[in-house]
Design a protein around this ligand. Structure first.
Ligand SMILES: O=C(O)[C@H](O)[C@@H](O)[C@H](O)[C@H](O)COP(=O)(O)O
Length: 234
């Protein structure tokens, strides 16, 4: 059994997004006030779209905020499946248009080949990350830590001290690049953003065992070093 993280439940996605956007904006501004810059990692997928929009309307010092992705699909940045395109359209706009965005995809043909260049491009990205927003798939993956990936790739993502790893999930589209467990856990605050009954059931299932390779979200939930707050709404 994994001890439950802080769990906040909301009646509507609107209420969740308003509160989470508020909290993230405050944490980013505090980071800028105390250290001169802040960093935010966000996830792709369908869940965070409205959260991004709510965040983009916050009046903080966005030009001192560095933004990147917890993981990316290895597709062109204009592709409809690109997490970067999602972030550009929904977060890097309005007041947040001045944020400093660093994407994970580069011109190499595969994430394996592009890994070193992306790692280098993040050399000045402020770490530890101030805020990381994660999603979760129904198979218990988070970032691109897919249980269906080849064992050696999952080991790279979960058990090495590299910053990034390449993953080729068997049952999800596209090769991926992802921050590793070590990089994600080196953060000041992690939020797990979940919507719907099915995600709640998967989250509850994740708490029932500590087999991380079977449900990699457990790598985030079964640790006490970095605060993890779960934000859920029906
Ligand atoms: O690029 C991605 O796919 C992700 O970053 C991934 O980890 C995502 O957060 C979950 O798969 C949840 O996705 P949904 O929000 O679409 O359910």
């Amino acid at each position: 059994m994994i001890k439950e993280a802080v769990f906040k439940s909301f009646d509507s996605t609107d209420a969740l997004e308003a509160q989470l956007a508020d909290r993230i904006a405050r944490q980013l501004q505090q980071a800028v006030d105390s250290r001169g810059k802040a960093s935010l990692l966000v996830s792709g997928g369908s869940t965070p779209l409205k959260l991004f929009q709510a965040l983009s309307e916050k009046a903080i010092d966005w030009s001192d905020v560095y933004i990147s992705l917890a993981d990316e699909r290895w597709v062109e940045s204009y592709d409809k499946d690109s997490n970067e395109s999602l972030v550009r359209a929904n977060l890097l706009r309005g007041l947040a248009a001045n944020a400093k965005f660093r994407g994970l995809k580069n011109m190499f043909a595969t994430p394996e080949a592009g890994l070193a260049m992306t790692t280098e491009s993040l050399a000045n990205f402020p770490r530890p990350f101030d805020v990381v927003v994660l999603g979760m798939g129904n198979d218990g993956h988070t970032c691109s830590w897919f249980p269906c990936a080849p064992a050696a790739e999952l080991d790279n993502a979960l058990d090495t001290d590299a910053l990034l790893a390449a993953v080729n999930p068997g049952s999800a589209p596209h090769a991926r690049i992802t921050f590793t467990r070590q990089a994600i856990l080196a953060s000041r605050q992690i939020y797990l953003h979940l919507v719907g009954e099915q995600k709640l059931a998967v989250y509850r299932q994740a708490l029932e065992s500590d087999d991380i390779k079977a449900m990699p979200i457990r790598a985030v939930l079964a640790q006490h070093k970095t605060p993890v707050d779960v934000y859920w709404s029906a």
